[in-house]
Design a protein around this ligand. Structure first.
Ligand SMILES: [Zn+2]
Length: 320
C-alpha cells in the first residue's frame, strides 16, 4: 500500500514526509494573506485529517496545541495524513484582535465556506476550504474563549441531516474527550458546520480563554486530537477513555441590546434556570439601564468577562 502526495497550496508532502510552508492568496489592494501549513504524510495508507487553530487569533491554547502537534506527529507513525494549519487568522493574532479579522472586521467563523469574490475574510475561508477541508476525511477546529471570554471546555458538532456524517461527527466529539458535547442544527457560517454540510465529519472544540496560554487547556486539545486520530485509524492505539459525556442540543446565545457596563451575575460553568437573573447593565454613571433573565435552563458555557459592552456583543451562552 502506498499513499499519494498531499498538496496544500505550495506545500507538497510525499508519502513518508513532513512538509511545511504557507497557503497564500492575494486578497486585493496589494495585500497577501498567508496561513502556515504543516502536512504530515504517513507511510501507510489511511484517512486524511485536517486540524486548524487560530480562526480566532487570541485563542492561544488551541494555537499552541496545533503547533505542538505539527512537531510531534511523525510520518512513520501516522496512517494517512494530517494537515495542520496552526494559525488561520494571522492578522488577528498579530494585532491581538478579538472575534474578527482586523483587515475587514469580519468573523471568520460566520462566513464559511467562504467566497472567492468576497471580502478578505471570505476569501481566506474559501482558501482554507478549497485547499484543506475539501481534501480531508475528518476535520477538527481548535478554539477557546476569546481574549474577553471565560469558558468551560465543550465540543460542538453540526447535525447536517446526513446520518453517516452526523454519527461520525458525534463519534469524533466523544473521542476528543471533553465531556460536554453540543450537537446543534443551526448553520451560522461556522467552520465545522460548513464542513459537515459538504459531507466532512467535523467538530469544533473549545478549551481555555481570556487570552491566557495555560498548560491544562493546551493539553486538553493535544490529547483530544490524538484521541480522534486513534479512533479513526490515523494513529495506532485506542483513544483514552474519559468521563461519560453530557449532551446538549441547543446553544443559546445572549447578546447586548445596548451599549452599557456589564455585570454578569453568574459564573462560567454555573447551572442557571429559566427566568433567573443572570446579568445587570448600567450606564457610565452607574445607573441601572437593564437586566437579563435566563431564557434557558442549563450550564453557562461561555461568559464575557469584560464590562465594556457594545450593542449586539455576545454576553454569554447557555447549553440547553
Ligand atoms: Zn473561537
Amino acid at each position: 500500500m502506498s499513499t499519494k502526495p498531499i498538496t496544500v497550496g505550495e506545500v507538497v508532502a510525499a508519502p513518508g514526509q513532513t512538509a511545511r510552508g504557507f497557503l497564500s492568496t492575494d486578497v486585493g489592494r496589494g495585500v497577501t494573506v498567508r496561513m502556515p501549513v504543516v502536512v504530515i504524510n504517513g507511510k501507510a495508507d489511511g484517512p486524511v485529517f485536517a486540524v486548524t487553530a487560530g480562526v480566532h487569533g487570541a485563542e492561544y491554547p488551541g494555537i499552541e496545541a496545533a503547533i505542538r502537534l505539527s512537531r510531534t506527529l511523525i510520518p512513520v507513525e501516522v496512517r494517512g495524513a494530517v494537515i495542520i494549519v496552526p494559525l488561520v487568522s494571522v492578522p488577528a493574532f498579530q494585532r491581538r484582535a478579538i472575534y474578527v479579522n482586523p483587515l475587514d472586521g469580519i468573523n471568520f467563523n460566520r462566513v464559511c465556506p467562504g467566497n472567492p469574490a468576497g471580502t478578505i475574510t471570505e476569501i481566506m475561508a474559501h482558501l482554507l476550504f478549497k485547499n484543506v477541508i475539501e481534501q480531508a476525511d475528518y476535520y477538527i477546529d481548535l478554539h477557546g474563549g476569546d481574549m474577553i471570554e471565560a469558558l468551560i471546555p465543550f465540543t460542538l458538532y453540526y447535525k447536517s441531516g446526513n446520518e453517516k456524517v452526523d454519527s461520525a461527527s458525534k463519534a469524533m466529539a466523544e473521542a476528543y474527550g471533553i465531556p460536554i458535547i453540543l450537537g446543534n442544527t443551526v448553520l451560522r457560517g461556522g467552520t465545522y458546520g460548513a464542513a459537515a454540510a459538504i459531507g466532512k465529519p467535523a467538530i469544533l472544540t473549545e478549551s481555555g480563554g481570556q487570552g491566557i496560554l495555560d498548560e491544562p487547556s493546551t493539553q486538553t486539545h493535544v490529547r483530544g486530537v490524538f484521541n480522534v486520530l486513534k479512533k479513526f485509524g490515523g494513529l495506532p492505539g485506542a483513544p483514552d477513555s474519559g468521563p461519560a459525556p453530557v449532551y446538549y442540543n441547543k446553544f443559546v446565545w445572549l447578546a447586548a441590546e445596548q451599549d452599557c457596563v456589564y455585570y454578569p451575575k453568574v459564573k462560567v460553568g454555573q447551572q442557571v434556570k429559566e427566568g433567573e437573573l443572570i446579568a445587570e447593565f448600567t450606564d457610565l454613571f452607574g445607573d441601572k439601564v437593564g437586566e437579563l433573565r435566563s431564557p434557558a435552563t442549563g450550564p453557562v458555557l461561555f461568559l464575557v468577562t469584560s464590562p465594556a459592552i457594545n450593542k449586539g456583543d455576545p454576553l454569554m451562552a447557555i447549553g440547553e
